[in-house]
Every structure is written in C-alpha cells, then in structure tokens.
Write a new protein. Structure first.
Length: 484
C-alpha cells in the first residue's frame, strides 16, 4: 500500500512540472489530496492494521497514522480547492508573481507527500527526516509572496525549528543506545521500541524523551519554542496558513505522542507527564494573554493555535486512554476550525488588503460568508455547543479534574480568557460600520465552498460521531496511552 502514496506524490509532481495553466496545476493538487484520503480510508476500512512495509518495517499504517493522514488530506484538499481562486487573486494584486505559481503548487504537493510519509514512518529516524522536509517545503511556501517580511518569517521558521530538531536527533541517538543495551540490538523502529520500553532505564529514557520533546514541541509551536509561529502563520498566504496550522503542526504533536508511548512505559512516566503538563499549561497561558492585545486577525488565530497545542499536550499528559481519545478528537476539531478561520481571513484580506481589525469596516455586509465563517470558527474554538470542540474540551477537562482540581481551575480560567479574547476581537470587528459606500470585492466560488464544507463538518462532528469512528480513535488512543 505504501508504494501508492509514493506514486501519487511522484505523479502529482511530474504533472505539475509539465502543466502550463493554473487550472491544471490546481486540479492536480485537488486530485492528489483526494487520492491520499481515498487510499487511507480504504486501508482503514479494509482492516488488518497495523500493516508494515519494506523488509526492515520502516513504514507502517496504524490507526493513529491513518487518522492523522486522513485529517491532513482533508485540509490539503480544501486548501487546494480554495487556491483555485485564491492564487489568481494574489497574482492579480501582485502579491505573488505569476512565474512562481508553478513553484507554489510544486511545493504544495511536495509538502503533502512529506507530511503523509512522516505520519507513516515506523522508523523514528525516518520520521525525523520527513519532519525536516516538511519544514523546508513549508518555509518555501511562507516566503513565496513578494514581501521581505515573508522571507524573514521563513528564515525564522527554519532556524528555530531545525535547531530544535537537532535536540530530537540527539534524543533518537540516545534511544537507539537504550534499545541496544536493553534489547541486545539497536533499533529505532517504533513498534520495537514500544514493545521493549519497559526494560529501559528510567532516567535515560526520560532524558531521551526530553530531547525529542524539544524538537517536536518546536514543530507544533509549544511555548517557549513558539517564537516562529505568529510571524509564519500571519505572513503566509492564507491557504498556506491553514495547512501549517491544521495539518503540518500536527506532526509535532504526533511525534510527541509516539515518543510518549515509548517513554511513558518506563519508571519515568510520572516525571514525563508532569513535564508535558507544565509545558501545556504554560503554552495556553502565554497564548491567551497574547491574544488579548492583538489587532491582526491572522496573528490572533496564530496565538489561538498555540493555545490549542498546549491544551492537547496537557490532555495527553493525563495519560489515560479516555483522555488521549478526546485529545485526538480535539486535534481533528481544532484543525477544521483553524482551516475555516484562516480561509475566512484570506477572503477578508482580499476585501481590505489587510487583516487589521481597525481596517475591517462593514465586514458582515461586504463579505458575509467570511464573516460568519469567523464567527462560527471562533464559537467552535471557544467550545460552544453544538460545535465539534465542545465535547473534547468538556471531557479533557473532566479527566483533568480527576487528576487535580487546582489544575482544572487554572485551565478552565485560561480557556475562558482565550474565548473572551476571540469574542472581543470579533465584536470590535463585526460591529465596525461606516456611512461611506465601500465596494464589495468579488470572491470566487471556489474560495467560499471550503467555508461551507468546513462549517458542515464542524457542526456534524459536534452532533454525531459514528460508532466506527469512535472505535477507530479509541484503538489509536489505547496504543498511545498503554503503549500497545
């Protein structure tokens, strides 16, 4: 099965290289993302997971990897649909040179392939390599606009995340040595490590996890490794911002989950959980207070992404299968909400040539689809029913209450501040009106369609979760929580 993902990526890159029109390149990207989702859904429905590939078992498909790839492929698919009109609008206003359109779609498809292969890497060293490739392709997409600030943001992204990933590399070396000393033969295959982790020395396992945590935390924007994130997300084209926030950043949390499944079985499980909880609460705290003073819509959403990553990390630290199950549900829900908000922000940027709150006048009248997309996305992120993030927030907080009442009060208070920051920003923005006549900018239907699709998914996921999906996620969560 894994060979089909390689073929899909290779064909997409080849067709993009020979395509001469934007429409063809966009269609290739749409089909590429759809094919990734189709292949993964087929493997999940067919069963027989986990399935291993290559003689050395360097790649595998299990429930957790399938979940992450299907979620990412949905985001990439919607971003490709959105880009059908969005890229042309960037060219029209001269934010993007037409000669770079082919480069945009080439990097887009390469990033999708690297993301998929990162999630399907059973070998932790291969995971590290593909994570670095996603950084390279993402940085190119950040820097592609005609702005010096974009180049600065891309360089900051590469410098901070790649430097942090060197610590992860050191952690992998230590993990290899642990497996060599405890199992008799060194390995970095996740299934081998998780099977023998209980025999690893606790202190060295904790040290290895700490090193790996630094790199993956930087990739997902966990405080204090988050300094690249607000600039990168806010300066990127909105389609790229959605991909970074709703798909690529999930690789960091995924790496932490995989490392936690190994180190959490050792005698250092309590220490590791405490460290994750501390970084999770710190991330939420820094993010929500930063949100209070934002005037830029995209920077507000960027800091909200840091808040979401911190909450997911805190939920994972609880360590129970139920907590991890709801963390996975939370990751999916926040990915859809973030994509909705960044897509909406892109339309408003077209209208006002800015995402500053004070420049958005008569937003509801001029761009109702984007304005309501922001309102619905913000309401969902705040955890309001019946949207998809209500249940995961509720149950993660419930699991947190069983661990510590004080932590529950702190986390609930911080989440309330974050929700208030979103509400205050939107109230200021959506109620700002002026008497003068402002012409509404025509928005291509392809840019509005993903907003409607995401809204439907966010509502449906909050109202109804099929039993098959619930069982699928519970199997993924149990493997992480218990190391099975």
């Amino acid at each position: 099965m894994i060979i089909y993902y390689f073929l899909a990526g290779a064909v997409a890159l080849l067709l993009t290289a020979f395509a001469r029109s934007h429409r063809v390149m966009n269609s290739v990207s749409v089909v590429h993302a759809a094919s990734v989702f189709g292949l993964t859904a087929y493997s999940a429905i067919a069963g027989g997971l986990p399935a291993f590939y290559t003689e050395e078992r360097y790649f595998f498909i299990d429930n957790l990897a399938s979940f992450e790839v299907m979620l990412s492929s949905i985001v990439f698919f919607l971003a490709a649909v959105y880009s059908s009109g969005y890229v042309e609008s960037l060219v029209k206003v001269k934010e993007l040179d037409r000669k770079y359109v082919k480069a945009f779609y080439t990097a887009f498809n390469a990033l999708l392939s690297a993301t998929v292969l990162a999630f399907f890497s059973n070998n932790m060293a291969l995971l590290w390599i593909f994570v670095e490739l996603t950084t390279l392709f993402s940085a190119f997409l950040i820097a592609i606009l005609n702005s010096r600030e974009n180049i600065d943001a891309a360089l900051k992204y590469i410098l901070l995340t790649s430097t942090a990933m060197l610590f992860s590399f050191a952690g992998l070396i230590l993990m290899f040595m642990l497996s060599q000393g405890s199992l008799g033969e060194g390995s970095l295959n996740w299934d081998v490590l998780v099977a023998g982790a209980s025999s690893f020395p606790a202190q060295l396992a904790a040290l290895s996890f700490a090193f790996m945590f630094i790199g993956f935390a930087a990739k997902s924007g966990i405080v204090p490794f988050h300094l690249w994130l607000p600039d990168a997300y806010s300066r990127s084209p909105s389609a790229v911002s959605a991909i970074l926030s709703a798909a690529v950043s999930n690789i960091g949390i995924y790496g932490i989950l995989r490392a936690y499944a190994i180190a959490g079985q050792t005698g250092a499980a309590g220490l590791i959980s405490g460290m994750m909880m501390a970084f999770g609460v710190l991330s939420v705290a820094v993010a929500v207070f930063s949100m209070l003073r934002q005037d830029s819509l995209k920077r507000l959403i960027s800091f909200s992404s840091i808040e979401n990553g911190g909450f997911a990390l805190a939920g994972t630290a609880i360590g129970t299968p139920v907590a991890v199950f709801w963390v996975l549900f939370y990751i999916a829900a926040q990915s859809l909400c973030k994509a909705l908000m960044f897509f909406s922000a892109g339309i408003l940027h077209m209208q006002y040539e800015s995402t500053r709150a004070h420049k958005m006048i008569n937003a509801l009248a001029l761009q109702p689809a984007a304005s309501w997309g922001l309102v619905i996305g913000a309401a969902a992120l705040a955890g309001m029913p019946p949207f998809a993030m209500f249940l995961p927030k509720l149950f993660v907080l419930s699991e947190l209450a069983s661990a510590s009442g004080a932590l529950l009060l702190v986390m609930a208070g911080l989440l309330l501040i974050g929700a208030s920051a979103l509400a205050l920003f939107l109230v200021r923005t959506m109620t700002r009106t002026a008497g003068e006549s402002v012409v509404s900018v025509a928005v291509p239907a392809g840019m509005k369609l993903p907003l409607f699709m995401l809204t439907i998914m966010i509502v449906l996921a909050g109202l109804f979760v099929p039993e098959a999906v619930s069982d699928f996620l519970m199997n993924a969560a149990a493997a992480i929580a218990r190391g099975e």
